[in-house]
Write a protein of this length. Structure first.
Lengths: 195, 188
């Protein structure tokens, strides 16, 4: 539908557009992280593009890749009625250099989405006016949607009561058996040598 | 009305008066005047609305209707829904602000044990944070189950019983009785 956008991007930015693909009517351009903001500015300001609506921004962790974090941006043009997906990859396996330019000053709506991506995946957005956690609390350590964040690690703000205080058993049973739910391979029952 | 088990009516006196133990009187008074603080955080709130509205009338019948949105004036904390780690200090503070005597009812599976949320962000049951008197499991619990829980709590208040109680699963007594109107063999 908007493959023309990809053609224009490739012609305009050349090598900075690393890869493009179109599937099921969704057109994606993977761009170099260094030209992230330039591409975004072009998409917003060029009259042929005029992407005036910021739809979504998120971070995805691919632990087997290097760079491992992918920042995904969805844009829509209410005038041209076309949309595009823009991706860039940042960060090495130890999350070093995991930063990209903020696009808050291009689309105001990106503000909280960048905070969310920072909070959950740990992408630093350079030039963001107020890069704080948005969902988790300030005391939280680490970024919970990274694949190497332990699935059973909670960081309670209030220390849990002991069983002696409560007078009832407080241990939580695993909500799923080892063959249900939990698609990412956490098997609490197997760890305890049962089944 | 509830029963005062230890009431003695002195019929010999013409004026007529009753004697009872102070504890029993207090328990009777408390169990029929529960002022609730609804701490409603999630989808169980819909079922809570259904419970309190006329169709089930699950609180007014038990003297537990009037909500007080100040913890200072309430004595029954309804925790309705999932409690996240970020909310935990708020819940604990609300509980601490309530006056004694006070009771806590965990409405639904999430409040009781965290439900199917087993992750970094959800408190696995409010009893990790504050004492809990009655657990009502269910996702969400049916209003009948909540009424069971409320009656259980009243019973515990009257007896001065502080141990936590869990609403047991019910079988629908009509389940075996009701038959489909039209089956293969039936005549029309």
């Amino acid at each position: 539908m908007s493959e023309r956008v990809l053609e224009v991007l490739k012609a305009k930015f050349g090598d900075a557009v690393l890869k493009t693909h179109s599937q099921f009517g969704d057109d994606t351009a993977i761009v170099d992280a260094k030209s992230w903001k330039a591409v975004c500015r072009f998409l917003r300001d060029d009259p042929q593009m005029s992407f005036d609506m910021f739809t979504d921004l998120c971070g995805v962790d691919y632990p087997d890749r290097n760079p491992r974090i992918e920042v995904v941006l969805h844009l829509y043009s209410t005038q041209r009625r076309h949309r595009v997906r823009l991706k860039c990859a940042v960060g090495d396996e130890d999350m070093g250099g995991c930063e990209v330019d903020s696009i808050c000053d291009l689309w105001v709506g990106a503000n909280w989405f960048e905070r969310e991506a920072y909070d959950l995946v740990g992408v630093t957005f350079k030039g963001h006016p107020d890069l704080r956690r948005i969902l988790m609390y300030p005391e939280f350590e680490g970024h919970p949607l990274l694949k190497d964040y332990p699935a059973d690690r909670a960081q309670p703000l209030v220390p849990y009561r002991t069983e002696a205080e409560a007078g009832v058993p407080l241990e939580k049973l695993a909500p799923f058996a080892h063959d249900e739910g939990m698609p990412f391979g956490r098997h609490p029952t197997r760890e305890h040598g049962e089944n | 009305m509830g029963e005062l088990k230890q009431v003695t009516l002195d019929a010999s006196e013409s004026s007529g008066f009753a004697t009872t133990k102070l504890d029993a009187l207090l328990g009777w008074a408390r169990k029929w005047s529960l002022f609730k603080y609804p701490f409603v955080t999630a989808c169980c709130g819909m079922e809570f609305m259904s419970l309190t509205s006329p169709r089930f009338d699950g609180t007014a019948r038990f003297g537990a209707e009037a909500p007080r949105f100040s913890p200072r004036q309430s004595d029954l904390l309804w925790v309705v829904g999932t409690i996240s780690q970020r909310q935990a200090p708020v819940l604990k503070r609300i509980y601490e602000q309530m006056m004694e005597p006070k009771w806590v009812l965990a409405f639904g599976t999430c409040a009781s044990c965290g439900g199917f949320y087993d992750n970094y962000t959800t408190v696995p049951g409010i009893d990790k944070i504050i004492p809990c008197d009655v657990y009502v499991p269910g996702c969400p619990p049916r209003p009948e189950a909540v009424i069971d829980g409320l009656m259980l709590l009243q019973d515990k208040i009257a007896r001065g019983d502080k141990t936590p109680g869990i609403v047991k699963p019910h079988e629908d007594p009509a389940a075996g009785v009701v038959k489909l109107r039209r089956s293969k063999d039936s005549e029309r």
